[in-house]
Write a protein that binds this ligand. Structure first.
Ligand code: NDP
Length: 366
């Protein structure tokens, strides 16, 4: 029974997946989110926890609830296609819950790829859409190659800067593989870590390890999660501080996401992106679905994906590592374990969810 992250059972409470899904869905329904939309958001958040991405699971529920209450997120938005061709579309999310606008865009990208080989769909005027991998995964489960990206609020000091300026802008790519049900799934922030991972340390009252962030006053590396998440700290781009280990390349990837999801889609970018509870956060998303059959033989693509993954895993192994992984593998195994053993929810988060549930008249987690 593998789990991506070791869980201290004293600090966590395991909840069956369906029960977690029920409570999250009912909380959104109680906030007047249509049932179908509530299911999409619940599915997205629960999938994160199921796959061991605690930073983007139900620990973020309160933020979504606060965003709706503050009026920054519309529960009955008028999501509309503003431009369309057989292979692309642009959607205005009308400040919907990010997952809801993103799901609609993803479905449209899939539809276009199945008909015409490729589908590129952008979204503007949206909100935080959860894990990027959710959408790439769903596209890959349809036998297509899926790409998903989003802008996010400014938390990262780009190379040479000493203030929160660009987003942690994630990129995800999913692809089907012969001989396995679950796709290859790369899903990553373009910063050293996403802010949610620092929030996990803050909840646990622990300093963050490594060189993840700097002080915006001195430029020195800092470890206090409260300071990092305050205006006094900023996360570093993938590759870290300066150019020595490639910080400028992580910075470049974040800008790439801002260009494709923000500038190209008529949404905003980097320092202009608002948070979940702000009005007009104007988050932008980018989705691409590609039919491997458009470029060659779809079965051969899957066979070659299998071959490539096997080759990667069978490379000469470094003595410090037990095994070589490929992207998505740890997440799939964690999900398998948690479907049986339950999803571990940090006790403070568990209590927070139940407090929200009680306030909204929803039956709390049992
Ligand atoms: P991780 O660093 O945890 O993982 C990044 C990728 O590397 C995953 O695909 C993971 O696969 C894979 N991986 C992990 N270990 C290995 C290994 N040893 N060999 C090969 N592959 C490996 O992700 P992040 O912390 O950067 O991001 C977490 C989540 O945060 C993502 O889901 C992202 O979409 C989300 N996010 C969302 C934002 C938003 O604004 N909406 C902003 C920033 C991030 P596996 O899943 O199998 O572990």
């Amino acid at each position: 029974m593998f789990e991506k992250v070791k869980v201290d059972e004293k600090e966590y409470k395991r909840v069956p997946k369906d029960e977690l899904f029920r409570v999250v869905k009912e909380i959104f329904v109680a906030l007047n989110v249509p049932e179908e939309d509530a299911e999409i958001v619940a599915d997205n958040l629960v999938m994160a926890d199921l796959r061991g991405v605690e930073s983007h699971g139900v620990q973020r529920l309160k933020r979504y609830v606060d965003g709706i209450k503050a009026g920054g997120v519309k529960v009955n938005p008028n999501i509309r296609v503003v431009k369309e061709s057989p292979v692309y579309a642009l959607i205005d999310g009308d400040e919907a819950l990010g997952q809801v606008a993103a799901y609609r865009a993803m479905r449209l990208a899939i539809e276009k790829a199945k008909k015409n080989g490729i589908g590129v769909v952008g979204v503007r005027n949206s909100n935080h859409y959860g894990i990027a991998g959710y959408y790439a995964y769903k596209i890959a489960k349809e036998g297509l190659v899926g790409i998903s990206m989003t802008t996010s609020r400014p938390l990262v000091a780009h190379t040479g800067a000493m203030e929160k300026f660009v987003g942690t802008n994630p990129i995800a790519l999913g692809a089907p593989v012969e001989g396995q049900e679950e796709p290859f799934l790369l899903d990553m922030a373009t910063s050293v870590v996403p802010s949610g991972k620092i929030e996990v340390y803050r909840r646990k009252n622990k300093p963050v390890p490594g060189e993840w962030a700097i002080s915006t006053e001195t430029g020195e590396i800092i470890h206090d999660p409260n300071e990092i998440l305050s205006p006094k700290g900023a996360i570093l781009p993938l590759g870290g501080l300066g150019e020595l280990s490639g910080g400028h390349k992580g910075y470049g990837l974040a800008v790439l996401v801002d260009i494709l999801s923000g500038v190209l889609m008529g949404a905003t970018w980097s320092r202009h992106v608002g948070g979940t509870s702000d009005k007009h956060s104007d988050v932008g998303h980018f989705f691409m679905a590609i039919d491997p059959g458009a470029f060659g033989d779809a079965d051969e693509f899957k066979r070659n994906m299998r071959k490539m993954i096997d080759e990667l895993k069978n490379a000469k192994k470094h003595p410090r590592f037990e095994r070589i992984w490929v992207h998505g593998e740890k997440g799939h195994l964690t999900a398998e374990t948690r479907l049986k053993a339950g999803i571990p929810i940090y006790r403070k988060v568990y209590d927070e969810i139940n407090a929200i549930a009680k306030e909204l008249g929803v039956t709390p987690l049992s």
